[in-house]
Ligand binder design. Sequence first.
Ligand code: FPP
Length: 240
Amino acid sequence: MQSEAEPRALHAAIIMDGNGRWATGRGLPRLAGHRRGVEAIRRTAEACPDLGIGTLTLYAFSADNWQRPADEVGGLMRLLRTYLRNETQRLARSGTRLSVVGRRDRLPAGIPEAIAAAEAATAEGRRLHLRICVDYSARDAIIEAARRLEGGEATRESFGAMIAGEMHGSPVEVDLLIRTGGEKRLSDFMLWEAAYAELHFTDRMWPEFGEEDLALAVADFAQRDRRFGGLKSSRVMVAA
Ligand code: FPP
C-alpha cells in the first residue's frame, strides 16, 4: 500500500467506449469512429507522463467483440495492423513501451508477429507503459489460471500473476479505471486487477477524449479516499 509520502506513477485503465455512437450520430460508418479512436489513443498516451500516469491499459477489442459484423471486426484488425506498423517508431522515440495484452492465437495472420516486433522495438521505453488489450477477456483469464492451478496452492499475488500471464500481461493493479461513452459497466475488463480501482465514468465519447478529460479523471481520483478495505486512509499523491 502506498503512503502519502511516496508519490508513484499511477496505472490508469480505460474502456474506450462510444466510437460507434460518435460516428453514427454524424452519419458516418462505425469504422470512422474507430479510426478517430486511434487518434484519441495517441492524444491520451501522450498526456499520461505529465499527469503522473506510468501505465496506461486500453481496452481495444474484447473476446466478445468477435460477435460483431465481419466488416467491423476486419476493420478493427486492419486498424491494429496499421497502428503497429505506423506507431512503433513514434512510441519508441517517446520512451513508450508497448505491450499487447490478450489472446494471440485467434488474431489474423501476421498480427502476432507484428505485435512481437513492436514489443521488442519499444522494450526499453521507461516514460510510459502502454498496454493495449486485444481479444481480451478477464473472465477467460481467470478460468484458464484456475484450470492450470490443479489444486495447487495460490496466494493473491501468485494467482494474480497466473491470470495476467494467461493474457500475455504482467500483474499490475489498476488504480484508476475510466469508461467513456456514458455507460457504467466493466464489460469483462481487468476484473481481478481492478479489485480496488477507483472508477470514473464520463459521457465523453472516446473519439473526443483527450488530455483535459484525462486530467479531470486524475483530479477526481486524487480526491478519493482509498482505504483498501481497512480504515487507514491512503490518499495517493499523484507523481506528476
Ligand atoms: C467500443 O466502442 C470500442 C471498441 C470496441 C473498439 C475500440 C477501438 C479503438 C479505439 C481503435 C482501435 C485501435 C487499435 C489500436 C486496434 P463501440 O464501438 O462499442 O461504441 P458504441 O457503444 O458507441 O457502439
